[in-house]
Design a protein around this ligand. Structure first.
Ligand code: URA
Length: 472
């Protein structure tokens, strides 16, 4: 057995360099015993890695490197060995390994990635910086106890968010420091190194109390999303028991104060139900093939109608078909569809249980040479297609609607709906159904940096996971 010592067991570059050296030396995974927390530089103690017998290693998919980098932040002691085994398998012909969700190594890696992403999401949501004055300087310091070694992965998010501040983020395993120009990392700190109170917190507490809506109090959801272990670092946490206690009387007061019954907002979709075409879903699909309500049918290959179980509990509504959907005649089969499928799988939802459709049923594009560039359907085109969507919902009779992107959300909730402010929560519709909106997978594909994409994807998976409560 060869003992390979890692100086920093969470460091991707170090593991990658050593794994690569092992691969070049043709050392099988079963011959390696990985040890974390060793002393020394990159190759210290690694006389156990013999000289290379190959000159290069086969290219591995980018996805694997992303998975490996997230998994290394986990605390599972098997992570170095399992990742090396996966790398070995990829390099020895199992090119599609990552797509085999039932493979033990792949399933384990995906679970780790999910847990690390969730931990990162919590850190982004629950870190609270406190003001500390050093003479003329003001530094903001936060203490946080993540479950995994995620500081290096999350710090760029805080750099983007608090670029103009000088701050230090302290955790038991690692610290991060931003001086307005440089991001640096140091060893772990203790809770005593972080201040516990400051004037800003009073302000924050006042704000939190003022935005707290007693009518929307869901204690279980709150505990799930804001686990009690984080409360001790949250200034607003002190208010929570009192706000919860007073929620019922405050809600009653709100109800008593309602001067009149508010006018129901009728969305364009509900209006369209009255004019929805008749017939079964199959009949509707056939009629929609001949739709001439706007001009989009002319350049398009075909109408892309919804598909899925006729009495699905959830109807998922996208925006409009893309190039590949237009050719296949099926919704969400192109790149956005693939991302949607992956996110559904991670959220534990079978696509086969959903009726998936679009707000607009034709591909709109602008020809550029051989390429057909996607163009957003305008308001008239969206309105012309509304009766089809209304008819699909009317025939399927789902319990819930899930909107992907602003176009679908505004079709369901009306044009005043603001996606980023109202995403990820069920909202009751006047017809007794509930609906939820989240981002469109194409939006995630367009995000320029990997960090934002990863965070956005994790939130997308979380939003989609809300469907589990409906699907049972
Ligand atoms: N985007 C959508 O909104 N729908 C599709 O069917 C494909 C991409």
């Amino acid at each position: 057995m060869r003992v390979v010592t890692l100086d920093d067991p969470s460091d991707f570059d170090e593991w990658r360099a050593k794994a690569r050296a092992l691969l070049l030396a043709d050392i099988e995974p079963s011959e390696v015993d990985w040890e974390g927390g060793g002393a020394g530089g990159l190759f210290a103690g690694d006389d156990s890695i013999p000289a290379p017998v190959r000159t290069s290693v086969p290219a591995v998919p980018r996805d694997f490197l992303n998975v490996a980098s997230a998994v290394l932040a986990h605390t599972d002691r098997r992570r170095h060995a399992t990742l090396y085994r996966m790398l070995w398998r990829l390099a020895h012909g199992e090119k599609a390994l990552l797509r085999i969700a039932t493979d033990d190594d792949v399933a384990w890696a995906h679970t780790c990635v999910k847990q690390v992403s969730r931990d990162m999401h919590k850190m982004k949501a629950f870190v609270r910086f406190r003001e500390v004055r050093h003479g003329e300087d003001t530094v903001y310091v936060a203490w946080f106890e993540p479950s995994f070694d995620i500081v290096k992965r999350v710090a760029p998010f805080f750099v983007r968010r608090f670029t103009g501040m000088h701050w230090s983020l302290l955790t038991p395993s690692r610290t991060a420091h931003w001086n307005g120009e440089t991001l640096s990392f140091g060893p772990g700190a203790s809770r005593a190194d972080a201040p516990t109170d400051d004037a800003l917190e009073d302000l924050w507490r006042t704000y939190y109390a003022s935005i707290f809506n007693p009518a929307r109090l869901k204690v279980d959801a709150m505990r799930r999303e804001m686990p009690v272990k984080y409360w001790k670092n949250l200034p607003e946490a002190k208010l929570i028991p009192g706000l919860v206690r007073d929620a019922l009387p405050r809600m009653q007061a709100m109800v008593d104060k309602q001067p009149t019954i508010p006018k129901k907002k009728i969305t364009p979709l509900q209006k369209a139900v009255a004019a929805a075409p008749e017939g079964s879903i199959t009949a509707l699909r056939a009629q929609a093939r001949e739709c001439r309500a706007c001009d989009l049918w002319k350049p398009a290959t075909q109408t892309v109608f919804g598909e899925g179980p006729v009495h699905a509990k959830v109807v998922v509504i996208g925006e409009q078909p893309g190039d590949q959907e237009d050719l296949a005649g099926k919704p969400f089969v192109g790149p956005a569809g693939k991302l949607f499928d992956r996110a559904l799988e991670e959220a534990g939802i079978e696509r086969d249980l959903l009726y998936v459709t679009n707000t607009v049923k034709h591909f709109k594009f602008e020809p550029r040479g051989k390429v057909r560039l996607h163009k957003r359907a305008n308001a008239e085109e969206q309105a012309a297609c509304r009766p089809w969507l209304a008819a699909e919902i009317d025939r399927v009779q789902p319990e819930a609607l899930v909107c992907l992107g602003a176009m679908a959300a505004q079709a369901v909730f009306g044009s005043s709906f603001r996606l980023m402010a109202q995403r990820g929560e069920w909202i009751d519709l006047p017809d007794g159904r509930k609906a939820m909106a989240t981002v469109h997978p194409s939006y995630l594909l367009r995000l320029p940096d990997a960090e934002a994409r990863e965070a956005g994807y994790a939130e997308f998976v979380r939003d989609l996971g809300l469907m589990r409560g409906v699907l049972g």
